[in-house]
Every structure is written in C-alpha cells, then in structure tokens.
Design a protein around this ligand. Structure first.
Ligand code: FES
Ligand SMILES: [Fe+2]
Length: 398
C-alpha cells in the first residue's frame, strides 16, 4: 500500500520573519506612541514610595530618581547630576531638595541648583544650571507625572468613583499584578503594555481562560458565552457583554478602556453596580508594564480582593501554571512584544481591532499637532464619570 504524501502546506520552515507594530507599542522619547503617552498625566507610583531615600524608577522607557524632600515635596529628576554625571540615586535628601554625593550640588524638586559648595559663595552662576525634572502631583494615594511638552500640559482628571468615598470605606492603592494573573508582590509584568490594555476589550477570553480552561477563576456565571457589543466612546471605547444566566437573570457587563491606558473593569464576582475602582496599565518601557489600581474598599481591607481560585503566581509551580494558566501566562507568553505580523484576528477580536485602530488615530493626531482624546484643559470639566459596571436587567425590560 502506498503511503499518503505529506501535505507540506503551512510547515514552519521558511515562515516570514515576524515583527511587531512599533507605532502602537513603543513608548520611548520621540516615538509616536511615546509622544502620545506623554500628553497625559501618568500614574507613577504609590505616594508612599516617595521618601527621603532616593529610589530608581522607570517609566515610558526613562530611568529617573524619585524622592521626597524633607519639606514633604515629591521630586522626579533625571539621574545624571548636571555637574559631572554621578547618579542622584546616591544623593542625600535635605529640606530643599537632593544633594549629589560627588561634589555636593543641591537640586530642588524642580531641578533648580541651589548650592555648589566647592565654588566661591556657593556658586555665583548656579542659576545657569538646571537638573532635568518632571512635574508631579499627588492624588488618590498616587504620584502622577507629566512628561510631555509643557505648553500642552492638561489638567489631572478627577474620577467620580474615587471622589465619593462613603463612610466606612477608603481608597486602596496598589501595584498588584494579581489582576494580570500575577501576584500582590510582583509589580512588573514583563510584556508590552498593549498586551495588557487590549485584553480589557477581549471579553471572550473570560469564559475560556478564566472559567473553562483553568477552572472557575472568577464565578461560574462568567462561563456563559456573552453577546458583545463594542462601541467607540469619547475618549476610548467600551463594550457591553450581555449574559442570560441559568437562574433566569439577565445582565449587562459594561467595561471601559480609556486613553491612554485606563481600564475600568466591573467587579469580577458580578457584584451589582458601577465599578468600584480604576486601573492604569503604565508602560515601564517597551517590554514591561506596571499596573496601578485605585479602588474603593471597606476600611479594614489592605489588599486587592483576590479571586478564590487565582493563587499568587509566585507560589505556583511551573506545572500548576501549565494546568491553571491565567492572564499572566496568556499575555506574557505572547512575548516581550507580541508579533502582530503573525496574528489572525477573528470576529471575537473586534474589540482588540477597534482599540488598536482608535489608538493609532490618536497617536497620529498627536503627530499632526493635535491634543489627543481624553486630555482635559478646563479645570471646571476635569471630572470623569465612569460607565463601567454590572447591571441586571429588570424582568419587565427583558
Ligand atoms: S557630579 Fe554631582 S556634584 Fe559633581
Ligand atoms: Fe483576563
């Protein structure tokens, strides 16, 4: 009997060299997406992290030094001392700023050189020197940085859900990567920021990855395949996922993705009502991200609520990760920056396609000299009202 010939169509040999979409993913200074990102106030880190001990922090591909002077003002400076380049990481924090360890030049949080102790009279020309710095604000327990052109600086928005904190509740701020399937103690997710942000517009991975594949990571009701309607919105997009539950209830789950990388996800246990918090997918550099969350929680809660079956990533063995993959495994395994050239987007990826399209439009708007969507310049209109939440339809509407 003759053996059937091997059908060679699609073998891995000779496949095209893969590549990523640089316009949408790379965030360093001068890149299209990096310039877009620099038009928004970015959550840098928890307020509590700025102390009188200088620390190194990276954001949008820039390494910077964070500290809090002894008058209480946070500062974020370029690391290389304007004198001869020693790192201010080794500096000493004083009431007025940070003093370089090498020759003692003192810089304020706005980069002014206040003292040059080796020069006559503390430096007669010290006002000619400026240490590069970025403006900061503190709100909701976070430090926010504006890294863009000064003339285009928007106001730092307020969020209705974070403004109105009832008695008995508080705002919890966190960098926990648990929501990426990681860990409370693992801050940096080692993949491009867009892999995490676009996941927010991908409701179809919930019944698969989070419910059937790995057991129930949220609640069994999330296993119902939703009917999804994605829509563009003023400053990003949203989707409504409709589900008819086994007990007869019908629900709409509204999720938002707002520029530049805001994610507003309703309660994953399906608690009714608006989302109780907001997350930001902050690009650390091209191949890593840091999540920032601010969430309303009862006074006695000190960590983000954990899904019952999502164990901390650092406590799982490789075998367990293989048996119970979560967002971390799915997204980090796409690679440091996923190869967009190798994708085959399908109908259920419509939200991902739409998000990339609208992101690309805003990136090009910045290149064309415009302000991107979602930047607010009027302090009287700085309040953002969120729409995300779990909403159950009344029987009469169903
Ligand atoms: S290198 Fe910083 S004071 Fe000289
Ligand atoms: Fe997920």
């Amino acid at each position: 009997m003759q053996e059937a010939p091997i059908a060679f169509h699609g073998v891995a040999y000779g496949r095209p060299k893969p590549h990523h979409n640089a316009e949408l993913t790379e965030v360093g200074p001068g890149t299209p997406c990096g310039e877009f990102m620099r038009r928004y106030w970015q959550p840098l880190t928890l307020s509590a992290r700025a102390t009188t001990t200088p620390s190194q922090i990276r954001i949008l591909g820039e390494d910077l030094i964070l500290f809090r002077d002894r008058s209480g003002r946070p500062g974020l400076l370029y690391p290389r001392c304007a004198h001869r380049g020693s790192s201010l990481f080794y500096g000493r924090v004083e009431a007025e700023g940070i003093r370089c360890c090498y020759h003692g030049w003192l810089f304020s949080v706005e980069g002014e050189c206040l003292d040059q102790p080796c020069e006559p009279c503390g430096g007669l020309h010290k006002d000619r020197v400026r240490q590069p710095w970025y403006p900061l604000q503190e709100r909701y327990g976070l430090i926010w940085v504006y890294m863009g052109p000064p003339a285009r600086m928007p106001v730092l928005p307020r969020w209705d859900v974070l403004e109105d904190v009832p008695e008995g509740q508080k705002l919890l701020v966190s960098h926990s990567s648990l929501y990426a399937g990681g860990d409370d103690d693992v801050e940096i997710v080692p993949c491009n920021w867009l892999q995490e942000w676009e996941n927010v517009m991908d409701p179809f991975h919930i019944p698969i990855l989070h419910t059937s594949f790995s057991g129930v990571q949220f609640v069994p009701e999330m296993g119902v395949m939703p009917e999804v309607n994605w829509e563009y919105a003023d400053a990003g997009m949203r989707y409504t996922a409709y589900r008819k539950l086994d007990d007869g209830r019908e629900m709409d789950r509204v999720t938002q993705a707002l520029f530049p990388h805001v994610r507003i996800v309703p309660n994953v246990q399906l608690a009714e009502g608006p989302s109780s918090g907001i997350g930001w997918v902050v690009p650390v550099d091209d191949t890593s991200l840091r999540l920032c969350f601010v969430m309303k929680v009862p006074q006695d809660v000190d960590r983000l609520p954990r899904s019952p079956n999502l164990r901390p990533w650092s406590q799982m063995t490789p075998e367990e990760r293989q048996a119970f993959p979560g967002d971390w495994e799915a997204q980090v395994s796409q690679g440091p920056i996923t190869f967009h050239s190798e994708e085959n987007l399908a109908g259920s990826d419509r939200g991902v396609s739409m998000l990339r399209r609208t992101l690309g439009q805003q990136i090009r708007a910045v290149q064309a000299g415009q302000d991107p969507a979602g930047t607010i310049f009027d302090p009287d209109h700085a309040l953002i009202r969120i729409e995300a939440g779990n909403f159950f339809r009344k029987p009469s509407q169903g």
